[in-house]
Design a protein around this ligand. Structure first.
Ligand SMILES: Cc1ncc(COP(=O)(O)O)c(C=O)c1O
Length: 448
């Protein structure tokens, strides 16, 4: 198979084997997991994934920003195999070298020049849970501010600081108290309908003069937690000048900035961390997803001086597991040596191709991206920017039937988060199929 072959769909979808597996899945596995369509995976390599019926798909999702080095990259496979033979688990009561090496690397790439410290977790939500505890511990303050539209995870503290969909919280209350939400500095739909050049200042003014004067005393705020680019909320990009202003506010009132880079981080946007595009140094960064190429792992990294909690105050069993640690070390090497630059270059190409496509389809209200974190928002009307979820859902489903995996996010956006190894030729294949899909969905929806 040459690298640039096209998707190949040989059966109806889902195919016969997939249907059998789906039956068992639906019978025994919790239905609370969101599912976009019935893709039943058998194997994957690079940017291609095969289902159990032998159909081949182009992967524009990467396990939701997880398979950053592509599926089963030979260097990752080798590193894992070697480690499995030596040591699989030892527990956080003891020490091992790979974990220390990985922490050293994460400390180095944190955008503050100092002895930044690391805590290893097993998922994004655990990273955020820990970061929130650390912020409360280190400031000895109580309250947390977060953004409307945020998604930080599904355990209690992370769920409580999330506000992207109420289904995430329905019947799970009471939530963690002391959380306040403010609008996200959305570049496409600026808060308060303010003109884009004034919106950041207006939002900061709202936080300082409404929230901090009427809602919560700023000297009791422990942290502001945010995604620099909102993921589950709809691939929403911030106004360029907002985060430096928020940094100033945090310094003025002494609260910490927790930057959730679980989806946007680790080279995907063309820099180690998305917040670096916005010239802001946070106090704590949380990561997971893409760090270990698919082996479950997460971490939070804090600026020198913050992680000074005593022994026993926070811990877990699996954090820094040797298999995950070697996979992460090799992942970070690959990202540093080639993939971060590839994400930047191919991401720019992808964005330009999608902007071309936007000219032919008024249903595309916005195309936005940094590196290989790209969102397409579907609207009913470009002026009113009314959401068009039905159009989005049909595009995602039809793309699957034509052999390209995309996923939705937010009210009516579609996300493109491919492995960071993709080439321009893969982009051409995906965009050609997307163009076909858009045309067909348009025809279907207009009844012709
Ligand atoms: C920004 C962000 N934070 C946290 C999480 C939660 O991560 P996990 O599902 O690994 O707990 C996610 C997952 O989508 C995410 O996108």
């Amino acid at each position: 198979m040459t690298t640039f072959e096209k998707p190949e769909i040989k059966t109806e979808l889902p195919g016969p084997k997939a249907k059998e597996i789906l039956k068992k899945h639906k019978k025994y596995i919790s239905h609370s997991y969101p599912k976009a369509y019935d893709f039943v995976a058998e194997k994957a390599k690079g940017v291609w994934v095969w289902d159990v019926d032998g159909n081949r798909f182009l992967d524009m999702v990467a396990g939701v920003a997880v398979n950053s080095t592509g599926h089963s990259h030979p260097r990752i496979v080798e590193a894992i195999k070697e480690q499995v033979e030596k040591l699989i688990h030892i527990s956080t009561d003891f020490y091992h070298e790979k974990e220390a090496l990985l922490a050293e690397k994460l400390s180095e790439i944190f955008p503050y020049n100092g002895t930044n410290m690391v805590f290893f977790t097993n998922s994004g939500t655990e990273s955020n849970e820990g970061a929130l505890k650390l912020a409360k511990y280190s400031t000895k303050r109580t309250y947390i501010i977060a953004f409307e539209g945020a998604f930080h995870g599904r355990t209690y503290a992370s769920m409580s600081v999330s506000a992207s969909k109420t289904v995430h919280k329905a019947h799970f209350g009471p939530l963690m108290p002391g959380v306040f939400f403010v609008p996200f500095p959305d570049r496409y739909r600026p808060p308060f309908n303010a003109p884009p050049d004034k919106a950041s200042a207006q939002l900061i003014d709202y936080i300082e003069n409404v929230i901090f004067k009427r809602v919560v005393p700023p000297e009791e705020v422990a942290a502001f937690i945010f995604e620099p680019i909102q993921g589950e909320g709809g691939y929403i990009f911030p106004l360029e000048d907002f985060f430096p202003k928020l940094r100033k506010l945090a310094d003025k009132y002494g609260f910490l900035l927790i930057d959730d880079e679980v989806q946007a981080g680790l080279g995907r946007t063309g820099k180690w961390f998305a917040i670096e595009h916005y010239d802001t140094v946070p106090d704590i960064i949380t990561i997971a997803k893409g760090i270990a190429s698919g082996i479950p792992m997460g971490a939070f990294i804090s600026k020198e001086g913050i992680m000074s909690w005593p022994m026993g105050s926070h811990a877990n069993t699996f954090g820094g597991n040797p298999i995950a640690a070697v996979s992460a070390l090799e992942t970070l090497k690959l990202i540093e040596d080639e993939l971060m630059e590839n994400a930047r270059v191919v991401g720019e190409y992808y964005l330009s191709k999608l902007k071309e496509l936007q000219k032919d389809f008024e249903e595309i209200g916005d195309v936005r991206g940094k590196g290989l974190m790209i969102g397409i928002e579907f609207v009913k009307d470009r002026e009113t920017k009314e959401y068009n979820p039905e159009f989005r859902d049909k595009v995602v489903l039809k793309s699957f039937h034509k052999g390209v995996l995309f996923l939705g996010c937010g009210p009516s956006a579609m996300r493109i988060v491919p492995p960071l190894i993709i080439q321009k030729e893969h982009v051409d294949v995906a965009v050609d199929i997307l163009a076909e899909v858009l045309k067909e969905v348009r025809e279907e929806m207009s009844g012709s």
